[in-house]
Write a protein that binds this ligand. Structure first.
Ligand SMILES: *Cc1c(COP(=O)(O)O)cnc(C)c1O
Length: 392
């Protein structure tokens, strides 16, 4: 059995050694394991760990540390932002705007709100996955309260212009929520200059542990959320529950690493992307899913005409990559994100998402490139498509 090659960083990243040490320290230290709400010495030692981590995460997005709430990850942060933000502003109006290509953790809270008397406008991106500003501007009405549009798409890597969206939303006094799970720590991101009101992130997409994330809530009039969980008084009652200080410390350590190495990391994944895509694009009838210019280089999503997705995934072993129905790999439904870009069922279903990071070696990307090329050639030979479906 050849060694597995992990190219699924958009699903989760490996945990950095520094994050593991920070977590172990909290769990093993005779003081730091304590509940940070306690006023005794042990509680205060834990509280100071938490404060340090909060500063590191706030620094990643240019936020005041006091504006962050810890959550269990981006799913919870998105739910709190969308359900909580819509309820906070419900007395002003009940219209909301989002895109069809958002993560399920954004799509599904909006669907829940639709069942509860809110109206949602679902914007469709262009064929490259980009938002049309004219359509966003046209969608905003007098009763619009919240717009949710992600930074980097988890399937295609397409980057939306969050600064332009923030500007437009602020102009119309609409809350702007941004799911930044794929970009936090990897791309420059500044909540103040981009005029973002609510921002979700999660540690396990930037080399921290799973189970911890944060929601940024801008400190300005008219911006806020109603809680979706009720309990103790922690975190201004907006997100009660005892804080998992070890996870928080791991998240902080990972955030610190990302902040210190961002441009070097980005240059490395850019180089890997070029090697992979330059090789693959030489094959006939290969389609890049997403935008060739405005994309995060750590994600490459490609479709091959006339190739069946599941066979391709098998033929790609030992590569750990995601398929066109990856995010819900329990179903073989073609990805709704790729369908929203106008891809045919066949092309969406043949899609492979390679996602990698600063820890990925060049030789592994070269291996992946060669494996993909030979797998597509071989599958096309054994089962030549009756007619090539080359609709772009
Ligand atoms: C991974 C991801 C999420 C979900 O994050 P969890 O921390 O796993 O809940 C949400 N949005 C995007 C864009 C993601 O990539």
């Amino acid at each position: 059995m050849p060694r597995a090659i992990y190219l699924d960083h958009a699903a989760t990243t490996p945990v950095a050694t520094e994050a593991v040490s920070a977590m172990t320290k909290c769990l093993e230290d005779p003081l730091r394991f304590a509940n940070p709400s306690s006023i005794h010495a042990a509680g205060q030692a834990a509280a100071s760990e938490e404060k340090h981590a909060r500063e590191q995460v706030a620094n990643l997005i240019g936020a005041d540390p006091a504006t962050l709430l810890w959550t269990s990850g981006a799913t919870e942060a998105n739910n709190l932002a969308i359900l909580g933000g819509a309820r906070f502003r419900a007395h002003r109006g009940r219209h909301l705007v989002t895109m069809r290509t958002e993560h399920k953790a954004v799509v599904d809270p909006f669907k829940a709100l639709e069942k509860n008397g809110y109206e949602v406008t679902w914007l469709t991106p262009d064929a490259g996955g980009l938002l049309s500003f004219d359509e966003l501007r046209a969608a905003i009405r007098n009763d619009t309260q919240l717009v949710s549009i992600m930074h980097v798409n988890n399937e295609t890597g397409v980057i939306q212009d969050v600064g332009a969206i923030g500007e437009l939303c602020r102009e119309h006094d609409v809350l702007y929520h941004c799911d930044a799970a794929q970009s936090a720590g990897k791309l420059p991101l500044d909540v103040m200059s981009a005029k973002i009101d609510l921002l979700s992130l999660t540690a396990h997409k930037f080399y921290g542990p799973p189970g911890i994330g944060a929601l940024y809530i801008a400190n300005r009039d008219g911006c806020g959320v109603e809680p979706i969980l009720y309990g103790g008084g922690q975190q201004r009652r907006l997100r009660p529950g005892t804080l998992p200080v070890h996870l928080i410390a791991g998240c902080g350590a990972a955030a610190g690493l990302m902040a210190n190495n961002r441009s070097r990391n980005l240059a490395h994944v850019q180089k890997l992307y070029e090697v992979l895509w330059d090789g693959i694009k030489g094959l006939p009838d290969i389609f890049l899913n997403g935008n060739a210019e405005q994309h995060f280089p750590g994600i490459l999503n490609v479709s091959a005409a006339g190739v069946e997705g599941e066979s391709l995934l098998l033929a790609l072993e030992p590569l750990c990559v995601a398929s066109g129905s990856a995010c819900n790999s329990l179903s073989s439904e073609p990805s709704y994100v790729l369908r929203a870009l106008g891809r045919s069922d066949q092309l969406a279903q043949s899609a492979i998402r390679f996602s990698f990071g600063h820890d990925t070696a060049l030789k592994d990307i070269e291996f992946a490139r060669d494996r993909y090329i030979s797998a597509v050639r071989r599958l096309r030979e054994v089962a030549p498509p009756a007619h090539q479906d080359s609709r772009a």
